[in-house]
Ligand binder design. Structure first.
Ligand code: SF4
Ligand code: SF4
Length: 167
């Protein structure tokens, strides 16, 4: 049968000679390779003292955005939840009442919006699907937590501060 790659090597099954039976040459050869790597550029970084630059296409923790007037952009259309392959997003829609125009941009808003970070695979489909530019993925990690419920991010965790209220 033809090999899929050209990396296959024939195994030498001839009996071992005296030096091979000593194993010492093979051990020194292995140690030589280890010492060679000691003087090479390290592939690892000393985190957290040293920080690695994020890739320009890095997708991290989500945020829910507001418009210039500080109103919530999300209109609870559900497109992000439909696009999510991990079914990590859940929401409940509510109608905007009179006098709430300064809080919500559209007539409908997400009264509850949750992302389960244990399910999320950070694919970015929710961000792409959103017609209101309401959900964004930042360059931040989801912090570690000892509790499962600590990974369910609600609106309090996701919504950015009101730019009018906080700098
Ligand atoms: S990044 Fe992907 S998996 Fe995570 S919530 Fe968005 S669509 Fe779902
Ligand atoms: S975040 Fe965007 S896509 Fe998701 S419900 Fe809100 S407006 Fe719709």
């Amino acid at each position: 049968m033809e090999a899929l790659t050209n990396r296959s090597q024939a195994v030498d099954r001839s009996p071992m000679n005296f030096w091979e039976r000593l194993y010492l040459p093979a051990i020194f050869k292995g140690l030589g390779i280890t010492f060679k790597h000691l003087f090479r550029k390290k592939a690892t970084v000393r985190f957290p003292e040293e920080k690695r630059q994020f890739s320009p296409v890095f997708r991290g923790l989500h945020i829910l955005n507001r418009d210039e007037e500080g109103r919530e952009r999300c209109t609870a259309c559900g497109l992000c939840a439909v696009a999510c392959p991990a079914e990590a997003i859940t929401m409940e829609a509510a109608e905007r009442k009179e006098g709430e125009e300064n809080l919500y941009r559209e007539e409908k808003y997400a009264a509850r919006y949750e992302i389960n970070m244990l399910r999320c695979i950070f694919c970015g489909f929710c961000e792409e699907a959103c017609p209101k530019e309401a959900i964004y993925m930042t360059e931040t990690f989801a912090p570690a937590n000892y509790q499962r419920k600590g990974f369910i991010y609600g609106k309090d965790d996701l919504l950015i501060p009101d730019p009018k209220a906080k700098a």
